[in-house]
Design a protein around this ligand. Structure first.
Ligand code: BTN
Length: 318
């Protein structure tokens, strides 16, 4: 149904039923599901139904053909879902069952998308790219130090291929554009953190958020559509995999050191006054980059203090 309506044209109930080989009643049921997805289905009197503006749906075939040979080799399975609770949650389950390594899962919509620090990630149908990749590492979690920052660099590189302007990185793992958040990264770990452990790299990128869904976002945000319209989601999704899969393969050997210079060149807050907030403490000073492990360096009263990701949040100081 979605594939038929994705062209934005009017389709009669009859033609939809014929194309899908189902009854008018079944067509009606499926159309109701689209409304449940929050899609603005329009009923055109006497003619049928249409999705104004159409949809640029994710397609396994389109993503597959745009993959580099290296990414194609590393990708064990590509899963596309119309709707899940959370792609990170789903992949964590797979990792626990021992079948998540090299799996990439995209969802058009998440009903319980997870953000950092207990937040919800707003993921309306086809409004963004919601991606999780599972990866197994041997050698403990210390090998993954700085990984979330390196993922930010990989995303910035993917976006640069589409000439998205003004991309910056905000410590520890947001992609910003024009002083607002464009994408976020959430790493979740499972397994033995001292030895054989698994990471799920979750990425949420705003492509085109409709006003009603965006109302639920509680921080300044921006979407791709408002800075560079017309980017094909499938090509962008493939480019993200092209950058992320080799990164995951190589990270235990090269670590954050291989990404630090690139991260610093994109640092949103370099040299700016900032405020760091944990659950029960706050620090102010000047952000002066990150060290070799990805820890933020805060300069205050002539001294440098290091902050590691975790539960600290960063804001521009008033
Ligand atoms: C953040 O708070 O900045 C991180 C957001 C991460 C959202 C992505 S969307 C795909 C994956 N699945 C989830 O439930 N969360 C991540």
């Amino acid at each position: 149904m979605l594939n038929l309506l994705a062209d934005g044209e009017v389709h009669s109930g009859e033609s939809l039923g014929a194309a899908l080989g189902v009854s008018r009643a079944a067509v009606w049921k499926q159309l109701q599901k689209l409304e449940r997805y929050g899609l603005a289905l329009e009923s055109v009197k006497g003619r049928g139904y249409r999705l104004p503006g159409g949809l640029n749906l994710l397609s396994g075939e389109a993503i597959g053909t745009a993959l580099d040979p290296a990414a194609r080799e590393l990708l064990r399975e590509l899963i596309l879902c119309d709707e899940v609770d959370s792609t990170n949650g789903q992949l964590l389950l797979r990792m626990e069952e021992g079948c998540g390594h090299g799996v990439a899962m995209f969802a058009e919509r998440q009903t319980a998308g997870r953000g950092r620090r207990g937040r919800t990630w707003v993921s309306p149908f086809s409004g963004g790219i919601n991606l999780s990749i599972g990866w197994q590492f041997n050698g403990g979690v210390q090998l993954l130090e700085g990984l979330s920052l390196a993922v930010g660099v990989a995303l910035a590189r993917a976006l640069a291929e589409f000439e998205v302007p003004d991309i910056r990185l905000k410590w520890p793992n947001d992609v910003w554009c024009r002083e607002r958040k464009l994408a976020g990264v959430l790493l979740e770990l499972s397994g033995d953190l001292t030895d054989r452990c698994a990471v799920v790299v979750g990425i949420g990128l705003n492509v085109g958020l409709r006003g009603d869904s965006a109302a639920a976002i509680d921080q300044p945000w921006i979407d791709l559509q408002s800075v560079r319209a017309g980017i094909d989601r499938n090509r962008l999704a493939a480019s993200m995999l092209n950058h992320l899969l080799p990164l995951l393969r190589d990270y235990p050997e090269c670590g954050f050191g291989a990404y630090r210079e690139a991260w610093l060149a994109l640092d949103q807050f370099a040299g700016r006054p900032v405020r760091l907030q944990s659950a029960n403490q706050a620090w102010t000073g000047t952000a002066v980059g990150v060290d070799m492990s990805g820890a933020l360096i805060l300069e205050a009263d002539g001294e440098h203090k290091l902050f590691h990701g975790g539960e600290v949040s960063l804001r521009e100081a008033p």
